[in-house]
Design a protein around this ligand. Structure first.
Ligand code: FES
Length: 170
């Protein structure tokens, strides 16, 4: 059935009068609203939501690798800037590293595999301890107690001109 243009009183509108039926008005409004919502999504997500971090990474120079010993882990801290939307934000953290007995280096993330608190190396106990839920990892990063079921992450690294370079992924 074709839409008929009517006045507010229900009479037929003049033929040259602009005609917009209720059905057309609702359909046009819904379409316009949908376009506005779709256009706003990238703007709102850029301004309000944090930028996705997956895959953002950087090789960080931790200085001379020959200063590491096989008998103890060293806490190596880092700080660098990352572009996050329209601003540059500092990223800070630390890793745990030691020389291994094969002339290489072992580098662990400090992030607990349970709920991402920072673990601390305890030399006397020979364990990484997590303060959040009493998680424990042995010197090879394997779960040794508490809730963690996955090991600590071994971080990609390389020695370049005697310097330890570690790939930090955010
Ligand atoms: S976050 Fe480390 S044990 Fe829960």
């Amino acid at each position: 059935m074709a839409d008929t243009c009517r006045t507010a009183e229900g009479k037929a509108a003049a033929e040259d009068a602009p005609c917009l039926s209720r059905r057309s008005f609702i359909a046009t409004s819904a379409l316009a609203g949908g376009v506005v919502v779709l256009a706003a999504i990238p703007i709102v997500s850029t301004v309000v939501l944090p930028a996705p971090r997956t895959g953002v990474g950087k090789w960080v120079d931790f200085g001379r690798a020959d200063q590491l010993t096989p008998t103890d882990f060293s806490m190596l801290s880092y700080e660098f800037m990352v572009k996050d939307g329209w601003q540059d934000l500092p990223q800070r953290g630390f890793v745990w590293a030691r020389a291994d007995d094969k002339g290489g280096v072992q580098v662990f993330s400090s992030t607990c595999s349970h709920l991402a608190c920072n673990v601390i190396w305890n030399k006397e106990k020979g364990l990484f301890l997590c303060p959040c839920h009493s998680g424990m990892f042995d010197a090879n990063g394997l779960p040794a107690g508490g809730p963690p079921r996955k090991p600590l992450t071994l971080l990609p690294h390389k020695i370049v001109e005697g310097k330890l370079m570690v790939h930090i992924t955010l």
